[in-house]
Design a protein around this ligand. Structure first.
Ligand code: BDP
Length: 594
């Protein structure tokens, strides 16, 4: 799905701002009372985009369970009605029903991907009432996975089967845009690089609706036309190509035309593939240095925070890092476009987290049951495919995305898991025009012997907590165990990336004899782990858990959130941030391990 942009044929309106807002007091109240068709009764004010949870000082809203209503009046000029008008939501978490003037326009399931509909038939010149009903309920059929429960005091509760706060609301911008009646619905670009000649050939395909002539022009960063082609599909060869490189981005502009319509796509040219234990970007072995992150800031919650996105990438560069994983859901298009611009390498993860009911549902309150049990297990199979389809459709043209992550820490053992996950690898390979490497992030409880995806995964991603959950406080034993495990994974002759390793650390806790939760212990923890990584040629990357402290469900193992950040939640470095900075500044992006 194309990101909405302003061009000479397309008008674009961002509906961000203050909307009216109301919580349902009981399920179905909004529909019964017809809230979508009239001004909301006694509304609160609410910022869009943002998660609603932290925006007022009340626990009722923070821990709300159910459906809330957002509403705004959209005033349309006549000129907009003369074109094809589309309403687009960047992400509504987790489920949305969108109404215009009381009429249902579209519904959407899943909280981290965009959706849109043509609304020309639903609107009129002047005032139009836009209402979005948003549900935050998650269960065994949703991604991420949760569970509906009743508390001992009789209240409905949504147990999350994952370790991040269930922020909800209109988390990304709502936009209106126009296109001509004959329009470009999608643009797909792939490229072949001839490294000897220093040239590249772009292969493009436009999907269009209506009647018309198509062509494509490609411009360099100086605004010079470097190639063009006629037709809905075609090739454009660029001599003396300027490649997109990690931390040295270069973006061409692919300008697609179809009759009166123009769409402009920034496009970085680079290659990516796996060979033996090397992960090659532009044919050179790349070493991943960086983080698992979250979209998590105060008080925006998971709401788009462009200022913090800019800051985070600046801190990433300050640390000598080069990459991150979009743990544990697709991040905003705005963030990924920024990564394309800044040359940040991204592992793009779908929201498949919590597919591990057998492992006890974690600490966060879900009930233990066999993961794939037809009755008590997960029912995410079809939805998982849908989400992967939408994710690849959204991000397929991005240079920054180099790996697709199919799931984080699932129960990937046994025949049922193989039946569930192996077809997903195949699906993503089919869907992705660039055929990027795929992975599934392995949890510590699933051993080398048990992991059913290790043969099909192009890259082995490991989340390991030796020195924290395993051998906590005993780094000597932790080191021994980590080494023993790595011996096994190394036999696969595939690149291994540590996609998580970390220790909770409360900023300001210190001790001369390092103990858990102190800044000194976090430094020792990272010193030990990275020393072991350096001994193994197959380890081709290290992404710490986590970039910054983040909000999560309450529980005895969390001290006002997860404190494994190298930075605090307001982005102040802990001692370990300086330690990793020193290390990463001394590790090159390429050819660290030959
Ligand atoms: C891993 C999860 C991650 C958690 C982390 C932790 O992938 O979401 O936040 O552990 O415990 O299991 O900090």
């Amino acid at each position: 799905m194309l990101y909405p942009v302003m061009t000479k044929s397309r008008m674009l309106f961002d509906l961000s701002g203050i909307w009216a807002f109301r919580m349902e007091q009981e399920e179905g109240e909004g529909e019964r009372e017809g809230w979508a068709g009239k001004p909301l009764p006694n509304p609160m004010t609410m910022a869009v985009p943002a998660s609603y949870n932290d925006l007022k000082a009340c626990a009722e809203l923070r821990d709300y369970h159910g459906t809330v209503y957002y509403q705004t009046t959209v005033r349309l000029a006549k000129a907009m009605l003369e074109e094809r008008l589309v309403l687009r939501c960047g992400a509504v978490t987790h489920h949305a029903k969108v109404y215009l003037n009381g009429q249902l326009v579209m519904t959407h399931r899943g909280g981290f991907l965009p959706f849109e509909a043509e609304v020309s038939g639903f609107v009129k010149e002047g005032d139009n009432l836009l209402t979005i009903a948003v549900s935050n309920l998650i269960d065994h059929s949703t991604l991420p996975v949760g569970e509906q429960q009743t508390t001992p005091s009789g209240e409905a509760r949504n147990a999350t089967n994952f370790d991040f706060f269930n922020y909800a609301g209109i988390n990304r911008p709502v936009k209106l845009y126009t296109t001509p009646q004959d329009y470009i619905a999608d643009v797909t670009v792939t490229s072949d690089v001839d490294f000897e000649k220093g040239s590249a050939t772009l292969h493009y395909a436009l999907s269009t609706l209506g009647e018309g002539e198509a062509r494509v022009e490609v411009y360099d960063e100086a605004g010079q036309l470097v190639g063009r082609s006629e037709g809905k599909t075609g090739d454009v060869t660029i001599e003396k190509v300027h490649l997109w490189q990690p931390l040295d981005a270069y973006l061409y502009e692919v300008r697609a035309y179809y009759e009166r319509d123009e769409y402009i796509l920034p496009y970085g040219i680079r290659t990516v593939r796996v060979e033996g234990r090397h992960f090659l970007i532009n044919e050179r072995p790349f070493y991943f240095k960086g983080y698992g992150k979250h979209e998590d800031t105060y008080p925006n919650g998971r709401g788009l925070n462009e200022a913090m996105n800019v800051k985070d990438l600046a801190l990433l560069k300050w640390q000598g890092a080069n990459s991150f994983r979009t743990s544990h859901y697709p991040y905003s298009e705005e963030m990924l476009r920024l990564c394309d611009r800044e040359g940040i390498v991204v592992i793009d993860e779908c929201p498949a987290v919590g597919l591990n009911l057998r492992m006890g549902g974690g600490f966060f309150g879900a009930t233990q049951s066999p993961t794939f049990d037809p009755e008590k297990g997960i029912k995410t199979g079809e939805h998982h495919k849908e989400v992967l389809r939408d994710l690849v459709a959204r991000d397929k043209n991005l240079a920054c995305v180099v790996i697709w992550s199919i799931a984080n820490e699932p129960d990937s053992t046994g025949k049922e898991a193989a039946d569930y996950f192996l077809p997903l690898f195949k699906l993503v390979k089919e869907l992705d025009p660039q055929k990027r490497p795929c992975t599934l992030v392995n949890v510590q409880m699933v051993s080398f012997e048990q992991e059913v995806t290790k043969e099909v995964a192009d890259v082995i991603c490991l989340n390991r907590y030796y020195g924290w959950y395993e051998c906590g406080g005993d780094l000597k034993s932790a080191e021994k165990q980590l080494r023993a495990e790595l011996e096994k994974w190394s036999t696969l002759n595939k690149p291994i990336i540590f996609t998580e390793f970390g220790a909770d650390t409360v900023a300001g806790f210190h001790d001369a004899t390092p103990v858990m939760f102190t800044e000194e212990y976090q430094v020792d923890y990272y010193e030990m782990n990275t020393r072991v990584f350096d001994e193994f040629p197959a380890v081709q990357g290290e992404q710490v858990w986590n970039f910054a402290d983040f909000a999560t469900s309450q529980g005895v193992v969390r001290v006002q959130g997860n404190k494994k950040g190298l930075f605090t939640r307001d982005r102040k470095p802990k001692m370990a941030a300086h330690f990793m900075r020193k290390r990463w500044l001394s590790i090159p992006n390429f050819e660290y391990k030959k």
